[in-house]
Design a protein around this ligand. Structure first.
Ligand SMILES: [Zn+2]
Length: 348
């Protein structure tokens, strides 16, 4: 279904045509969610991508019924028509799961149990972060995954980056050390950490709201941010502009990606805030694919990729300090987690 360790783009249907050329590459792919709940529109977009747009990389559809103010709970039944339509389009079948709250073990088991009955299904697991952070939850989760033996696609709930929360990275590594194929949906730079530790695929959101699962009560508007490669962190364009004034070294700030075309990264500051969204993502995607290829490109064995990812995180954190930025918590979490012990026994 995927090339090993694919980095996918996660977007909504209204963004899909713009994202398709970026995601249509080796070790690429696209995950598309409905725009404002319009599942019919999503299916039409998918048919267009596969037909006239000749999209050649893996394509997945996420019904995202676990998100938004009217989100479904984990026990909500799957919609058989939704599952069938994915199959008719020749796509991998992602379950239209509801949200698995902390402590809803029955809901978790119910999703996995129903997914087992669907041939070749990938069970979408939209999880409260306690499932990764709390030892008891994690033990139960790994037990259920082992019993069900179906591939899973995790979506993690958090107000911002779930991998900034203590315990989430070690929890993810525990899942990646098991036999169940795991992919991550709606994430950001931690997608690379997950791939270096054995995730089958990881999908990076185009905008902040698609880079995690926001809790139901939040309706926060995030200003556009993009990745500054030396610090491997998302930064607002205005923050880049301010930092550049303190260190005006063109080698540090200029970028050769198709969106920037050799300009210094704060060129986007000249655009109004809404117009920054597209180039901010195009630049971020170029950086992410570059990092993916640097970390995993030459068929590097996973333990080495994981070590090199931890080293990159340490380096990025020290560059943040040099620029007077607070260290991004995700970088510290990945640094502390170290290489996956399951993959460790090898001579370097
Ligand atoms: Zn760029």
């Amino acid at each position: 279904m995927f090339d090993a360790r694919s980095l996918l783009v996660y977007c909504t249907a209204n963004q899909a045509l713009r994202c398709a050329p970026i995601a249509d590459r080796p070790h690429g792919g696209l995950v598309v969610a409905p725009h404002q709940g319009d599942e019919h529109g999503l299916l039409e977009t998918a048919a267009y991508l596969l037909g006239r747009a000749r999209f050649g990389a893996p394509l997945l559809l996420d019904a995202a019924r676990y998100a938004g103010p009217d989100r479904m709970p984990a026990r909500a039944p799957f919609n058989p028509r939704w599952l069938r339509r994915q199959r008719e389009l020749g796509l991998p079948v992602l379950t239209d799961s509801g949200y698995v709250d902390a402590g809803d073990e029955a809901g978790l088991a119910s999703i996995l149990h129903r997914a087992m009955a669907i041939p070749d299904a990938i069970a979408v697991l939209p999880l409260h972060p306690a499932w990764l952070r709390d030892r008891l939850h994690l033990t139960r989760l790994t037990g259920h995954l082992r019993d069900a033996a179906v591939p899973v696609a995790l979506v993690l709930e958090a107000r911002a980056d779930p991998f900034a929360l203590p315990g989430c990275v070690p929890g993810l590594l525990a899942l990646l050390g098991g036999a169940t194929p795991v992919m991550l949906l709606r994430c950001d730079l931690s997608s690379l950490g997950a791939l270096c530790h054995g995730a089958v695929a990881a999908a990076v959101g185009t905008v902040a709201a698609l880079r995690h699962l926001a809790p139901r009560e939040t309706d926060k508007i995030h200003p556009p941010a993009t990745i500054f490669k030396p610090t491997m962190s998302y930064r607002r364009i205005s923050a880049v502009q301010r930092a550049k004034r303190t260190r005006p070294d063109p080698r540090l700030w200029s970028c050769d990606c198709p969106a920037c075309g050799g300009r210094e990264l704060d060129w986007m500051a000249a655009l109004d805030e809404r117009a920054r969204e597209v180039p901010a993502f195009e630049h971020a995607a170029a950086v992410l694919y570059e990092l993916r290829d640097e970390l995993l490109g030459a068929g590097l064995p996973l333990p080495r990729a994981a070590r090199s990812w931890a080293a990159r995180c340490a380096d990025a954190a020290s560059r943040e300090r040099e620029l007077g930025w607070a260290v991004t918590p995700m970088l510290r979490q990945w640094q502390d987690a170290g290489p996956n012990p399951v993959d460790m026994p090898m001579a370097s």
